[in-house]
Design a protein around this ligand. Sequence first.
Ligand code: ZN
Length: 247
Amino acid sequence: MTAVRKRKRSRRKKWKRIKRRILAWTVRILVLTVIAAVPVLAVRGSFALWNSLLGGQEAIFFGAKTIEETQRDPGALLIVLDAGHGGKDQGTCAGDILEKDINLSVVKKLAQKLEKRGAAVILTRDEDVKIDLEDRAKLANKEKADIFVSIHCNYYEKDAGIRGLECYYREGSADGEELAERILEEFRKEAVENRGTKTANYRVLRKTDMPAVLVELGYMSNSEECRKLGEEDYQDFLAEKIAAGIF
Ligand code: ZN
């Protein structure tokens, strides 16, 4: 065998070895990919199965709760109620009376009253948890709510004499203004002290796609109004009037 043929043969052998190595590594990578994918697909699959068993309800975000979501009438007016603040964000306060608690209490009463009138209600929170403002609006948009109502209490440190309910809507929203006017009208009828309807650039009003209002139930900086806001009976009265304004 000539030296040239020998060289050629050893080059061919070397090339064969390289090809075998490439093949072996390709097979190894494929096997490892399959092994890694199995648990991921298994977890995803069981989630999908779990969701379909639960009627396809999709988790929106932590803290969002719906009332009787499985029994929701698709033709009913869908209202998202938003109890302002929650969790570490307690809103304003007077002594041991916290705004976040008043807001939630009124929202729960309002939800019951609206459901009795045939509405479907979703709460941005039904417990003491902190929820991002953006997520509150996102929830209403995602659920394609017909109306969004946020409940808050006010505070004005410079003048404890200031009191009265206020109803805010987004500037330029004719439907929001009408809703705010209708709610306030119910309080005017009862001669409840109020400071009228106003426009505001609050994020929950700005980021919601539907008619949206933010009701400031009263001033916690006014001792008389604060005492009333903490009372169950007055909260029930407030919820009744807001419900009457919506329907
Ligand atoms: Zn507030």
